[in-house]
Design a protein around this ligand. Structure first.
Ligand SMILES: NC(=O)C1=CN([C@@H]2O[C@H](COP(=O)(O)OP(=O)(O)OC[C@H]3O[C@@H](n4cnc5c(N)ncnc54)[C@H](O)[C@@H]3O)[C@@H](O)[C@H]2O)C=CC1
Ligand SMILES: O=C(CO)COP(=O)(O)O
Length: 396
């Protein structure tokens, strides 16, 4: 009934582990469909979860993208004994990881577990994998996946670790992955406050696993959970994906607030109102408003806006300090997803959200897009927020 090879409950019940998903799979969720679990489903899920056991050494995963986050997630699994193959692009990176257990570009002072290896050969890595993780920035995901789609065996679950909206299609990963890899495959989406730098140091971290396939989500929870890493499940893919995309844009706004020296009151107000916009968008696109109060919503927003580690927040800070966006982006070796996602979100709101005066309902998201497009300065953007028509503090 699950994806784990040698899963104890499946083995004892005589089920062939690779026989695929059974009746517990939830209905596929499209934008606009409700996703809240019934009480009976919740109880059944908890019972199923209690029976999950993971013989980590028997599990192989492939991680497509050996950047900051791919490396960190390989560490989490590798430390549990899972054999994690990072699919990388550079021979030098491959050699350093396999011979010296170091990724020279990301977390280079970290010694990777010996269970983490690297390869330039996606075909072998994907053919061997029980799970395939995707850790490539959203704007490069389609091009990267199209190169390897034919090498990904049918039925192997693909799990996205990326957060954002593709500018060319306005798709989130939950739309992009099925479009490129086929709709019949099981997919899941991991999101939440999970900075790579803290994960690799073994600092406590909790994330959300979103999937319409409950068996897959439960397997992933069991696969990841350790003393310092927890994964919690929700079927609300839309809520989780919108949260991950929007929080990076709110983080740019929060960084600007700090860069302008506006103080704690302004920052707290901005982040709170940003989360209200996140909630509006989640509900408009068919997700659950409660998801916004979870790890992938306010959890990731708080970590990204108030902590020191976010690249998106740093982009906003430097903008607030008066630097030009082009100079900031060209000086960075890593991707701040919120920069591209901001414009995509603004177009998504204009195209897909119905209703009167959308500009009054999404002033922060639309305002950040205007600042990044050079139509407003950060100071003008804030002034606009303070001069908005008076309204109720509702969340709609
Ligand atoms: N770094 C972090 O702490 C976290 C990152 N994420 C998400 O994970 C995703 C990946 O982020 P990171 O690993 O931090 O990014 P990164 O910039 O550190 O690494 C990106 C990886 O993608 C690969 N790649 C393949 N094709 C590429 C192309 N055409 N251009 C650029 N890179 C290409 C790179 O070689 C590299 O291995 C993003 O969506 C990010 O939002 C999510 C949670 C935490
Ligand atoms: O998503 C992240 C932490 O959860 C990483 O955020 P940044 O991309 O802003 O560094």
């Amino acid at each position: 009934a699950c994806f784990m090879p040698f899963c104890t409950p499946c083995a004892t019940s005589g089920t062939t582990p690779t026989s695929g998903r059974l009746a517990t799979t939830l209905q596929p969720h499209a934008r606009g469909a409700g996703v809240a679990m019934t009480q009976a489903e919740r109880e059944e899920t908890l019972i199923l979860l209690a029976g999950r056991q993971v013989p980590a050494a028997n599990i192989k995963v492939a991680i497509y993208g050996g950047g900051n986050f791919g490396t960190a997630m390989a560490c989490v699994l590798g430390r549990k004994g899972v054999q994690a193959a990072l699919v990388v692009r550079k021979a030098a990176v491959c050699e350093q990881i396999n011979e010296h257990h170091i990724n020279p570009y990301y977390q280079s002072d970290l010694l990777l577990p010996k269970t983490v290896t690297a390869t330039l050969d996606p075909q072998t890595a994907f053919a061997d994998a029980d799970f395939i993780f995707h850790a490539i920035p959203v704007q490069y995901s389609r091009e990267s996946l199209l190169k390897v789609a034919h090498l990904i065996p049918p039925d192997v679950p693909v799990i996205s670790l990326s957060k954002g909206i593709e500018t060319s299609s306005l798709m989130m990963m939950s739309e992009l992955l099925p479009e490129v890899l086929g709709h019949d495959r099981p997919f899941a989406y991991i999101s939440g406050p999970s900075f790579a730098a803290e994960i690799v140091q073994g600092m406590a971290t909790a994330v959300t696993v979103a999937s319409t396939d409950r068996d897959l989500a439960l397997d992933l929870m069991a696969l990841f959970t350790s003393n310092n890493f927890r994964a919690l499940y929700t079927p609300d893919v839309v809520g989780v994906e919108v949260g991950g995309a929007v929080k990076n844009v709110i983080a740019i706004a929060a960084g600007m607030c700090e860069g302008l020296g506006l103080g704690t009151n302004a920052m707290a107000a901005l982040v709170t109102r940003g989360c209200a916009e996140m909630r509006r968008l989640v509900v408009s696109l068919g997700g659950e408003s409660a998801t916004v109060f979870g790890l992938s919503g306010v959890g990731d927003t708080f970590g990204t806006c108030f902590g020191p580690l976010s690249r998106n927040r740093m982009v906003g800070y430097r903008l607030g300090q008066g630097e030009a966006l082009e100079d900031i982006v060209s000086s960075m070796s890593e991707v701040a997803e919120g920069v591209a996602t901001s414009g995509a979100l603004a177009r998504l709101v204009r195209q897909q959200v119905k209703g009167y005066r959308r500009d009054l309902k999404y002033p922060i998201l639309l305002g950040v897009a205007k600042i990044l497009e050079g139509e407003l300065t950060p100071a003008e953007g804030l002034k606009n927020l303070m001069e908005m028509p008076l309204k109720l503090e509702d969340h709609w």
